[in-house]
Design a protein. Structure first.
Lengths: 376, 367
């Protein structure tokens, strides 16, 4: 996509500095970057028909590279790709598209077929777009977060690169000193499929009580402390550009949340029948934003009710607007058992349970149902 | 010096699939030629040389028949300093623009296979390289490979998911084929649950595996859900086990035979590895008639752990008060900066080691 966008510009800004230094160089032989092919290719054009014919035979990749060598520097091994003679042109198509803004050294040496020797530097122009991607939000959204916080979500205004996010994040204490080892370094990146949401895990070994890392280092967040999450501009978006601006989220660490979720504490406000007013479900404490968006549902007689759900009020309210007006009668709010609060506590099952035996009596509660009635 | 032992109990409860809705659960398997991977890594070889490659972007696992590309001209694998730069050069980019996602050794040719992601943006592409015993690097041509694949079932989502978009993804962190089942460890970008799946192989459209939820308890009888990050199959006391490393650092064993639907299986933690640490890779080897587990870690180097006590380790009942606890291990001081590791042959490991000069592919004699 990038290559396509830059194609026209590339032709104009092509910097092929061909130097003819061989015997018998046809006047028109030249190294060019052809951006009209599906993948930008390096071509040696204007070959004599004799030389083109002599080149046109099967060769190993190494043999081809000794004739037409495309590399990121004069010392580097040749770039991988395929070679093909098309008419009086030798075309090299890289196995992977050339990077915009990168210079490639090209050397054509057809001396084995008594052809010319040429050298050039080619490259696609660099992207000149100004940074535009920003951090749209960070969840949890509150100003006071539990000291046993398990994860945060960073939401971006546009798709981001796959590069590691942890290196572009910093957690600072009240005095501006970085909190070392707060986040879990992983080899893999935890993006939403569209690369607009990054999940940051706090080191669970430090969060959990009694685990050795917890006893050694304590929790990264300590109740009463003031912290700032810094999202640095060095984080690059999907187009390779840095963020437009640094993002800061300052918060206090509050008491640890150790209790399981209890649906009896949820306040359901059911609208009247015949309207499309939203159903409102309030929670006594904020729940995990991501899970809240996919773990609740409304059913009637076992069938899903079509509609739109919204989360607001600092992740303490879930609202559901039906597509059709509410029909009076009995409904059910269904919650997946994976629904968690900010510290990983689930419905009926705390993240840390102090009675090991009882917890496993129901090892897999799939869903929890809360009934409500739409009045006439 | 004998470390105090700690009791850590693992309960494995089988999750018999999603109960919410089948709309988001995928049970797709297919085969063909020329796999269209969108990403690559981790990698795992079966004993017969089938290469399993996870495509995490597509939540799909491929089995690849490497055919004639399974072996280069020279058996084995030769160490290459600065392999990240060399691979980046070959890919026409800079070392900072590639990510090496895994290293695996073919069980017959003993050539090393390195999976790479080229680029980091929307146009990032997977690449698979083979390094032979002469140090020759070849790009594996995926288009010619026969493959089969299975899509991992995603977690359920309510039909009225906000914005009707499920942002959940699951990332495979480790795989191993054991007795006709591909065991797959994965992490979600949302719920902090463990998903250890057993997917029958050859892949079948009607059976995308069993999901196992892992719990982790400590001496205070506090238990939590805890993801398995890396693991290695190993026979303990005549039973096939998985030796698994958790994110919160304990090393645990549990018997595969016990992982049956509706049953509760307790595993045993055999070592606590301390703060700020995470296992990267594990392998088992034999030296001098004894088996050892070699485990690379993010911040505590490479550990050599004798396996002779794995079967008889006493259930641990007291807290670890020292730096680490459980079965003692030896830190291999000569192995530093290890980012990937596999068994090359009976005498050697092969590693990707981070140095100031770059990333080196190194053959290291088994300690």
């Amino acid at each position: 996509m990038i290559v396509r966008a830059l194609r026209a510009a590339a032709l104009a800004s092509l910097i092929a500095l061909a130097v003819a230094c061989g015997r018998g160089t046809p006047p028109s032989a030249a190294i060019v970057l052809n951006t009209s092919t599906p993948t930008a290719s390096v071509e040696v054009t204007g070959l004599s028909s004799d030389i083109a014919a002599a080149l046109e035979k099967p060769r190993t990749p190494e043999a081809w590279a000794s004739i037409l060598r495309v590399a990121v520097s004069s010392e580097a091994p040749p770039v991988l790709g395929t070679y093909r003679v098309v008419g009086r042109t030798l075309r090299f198509t890289p196995a992977f598209p050339f990077d915009p803004g990168r210079q490639y050294q090209v050397r054509f040496d057809a001396s084995i077929v008594h052809g010319p020797v040429l050298a050039a530097t080619v490259g696609l122009p660099a992207s000149v777009d100004a940074p535009s991607t920003t951090v749209a939000a960070v969840y949890p959204s509150g100003d006071v977060l539990p000291e046993n916080l398990l994860r945060m979500y960073v939401i971006f205004s546009a798709p981001m690169s796959a590069a590691s996010g942890i290196g572009h994040l910093e957690l600072l204490g009240a005095d501006g000193t970085p909190v070392e080892g707060a986040f879990l370094p992983l080899d893999y990146e935890f993006w939403s499929p569209d690369h607009t949401r990054f999940t940051v895990f706090f080191d669970p070994g430090r969060v959990k009580r009694g685990i050795l890392p917890n006893r050694q280092s304590g929790r990264a967040l300590v109740r009463g402390g003031r912290y700032t999450l810094v999202v640095k501009t060095t984080w690059r978006d999907a187009n390779g550009r840095p963020l437009k601006e640094e993002f800061l989220k300052t918060f206090m660490a509050g008491a640890a949340e150790m209790q399981p979720l209890d649906t009896a504490d949820w306040r359901i406000q059911a609208p009247g029948g015949g309207s499309r007013a939203p159903l409102s479900v309030r929670f006594p404490k904020p729940l995990d934003r991501a899970l809240l968006t996919r773990a609740l549902d409304v059913r009637r007689a076992g069938e899903p009710v079509a509609g739109e759900a919204h989360v607001d009020d600092g992740e303490t309210r879930w609202r559901f607007t039906p597509r059709e007006p509410w029909a009076p009668g009995r409904y059910e709010l269904l919650a997946l058992s994976i629904l968690e609060d900010r510290a990983g506590n689930q419905i009926g099952r705390a993240f840390e349970v102090d009675n090991f035996e009882t917890v496993d009596k129901d090892p897999d509660p799939k869903t929890v149902t809360v009934g409500f009635t739409i009045a006439k | 010096m004998r470390n105090a032992f700690i009791t850590i109990v693992v309960v494995v409860a089988l999750v018999a699939g999603a109960a919410w809705t089948t709309s988001s659960a995928r049970a797709v398997a297919e085969s063909g030629q020329g796999p269209k991977l969108t990403s690559v890594g981790p990698l795992a070889f079966s004993a017969d040389g089938t290469l399993f490659a996870a495509d995490n972007l597509a939540a799909t696992i491929y089995s690849l028949d490497l055919g004639t590309q399974a072996a280069g001209a020279t058996p084995g694998a030769k160490g290459l300093d600065g392999i990240d730069k060399t691979l980046a050069d070959m890919l026409g980019t800079a070392p900072g623009e590639i990510a090496i996602t895994d290293l695996a050794v073919h069980p017959r040719s003993h050539n090393a296979f390195v999976s790479v992601m080229r680029g980091q943006g929307a146009s990032a592409s997977p690449a698979l390289f083979r390094v032979d015993g002469a140090g020759k690097i070849d790009l594996v041509t995926l288009q010619s490979l026969k493959f089969s694949k299975v899509e991992l079932p995603n977690a359920p989502a309510a039909p009225n998911t906000v914005s009707r978009r499920n942002s959940r993804s699951e990332t495979v962190t480790d795989m191993a084929l054991v007795d006709g089942k591909l065991w797959v460890a994965g992490l979600s970008n949302e719920e902090f649950a463990s998903k250890l799946r057993a997917i029958p192989y050859p892949f079948s459209a009607v059976d995308n595996g069993t999901s196992v939820e892992i719990f982790h308890g400590n001496h205070a009888a506090v238990e939590t859900r805890s993801p398995v990050y890396a693991f290695v199959p190993y026979t303990v006391g005549g039973q096939q086990n998985l030796i698994a490393g958790y994110l919160c650092t304990p090393l645990v064993k549990f018997a595969i035979a016990g992982l049956k639907a509706g049953e509760k299986v307790r595993g045993t933690t055999i070592a606590e590895l301390g703060a700020g640490n995470r296992p990267i890779d594990m392998l088992v080897y034999n030296k001098g008639g004894q088996d050892f587990l070699l485990m690379s870690n993010t911040s505590r180097g490479v550990m050599k752990i004798p396996t002779r006590d794995f079967a008889t380790a006493t259930p641990i009942t007291t807290p670890v008060t020292r730096e680490t606890g459980g079965i003692p291990y030896e830190t291999i001081a000569s192995m530093r900066g290890i980012e990937q590791m596999d068994l090359l042959d009976a005498q050697n490991s092969i590693v990707l080691a981070r140095t100031q000069a770059g990333l080196n592919l190194q053959v290291v004699p088994l300690p």
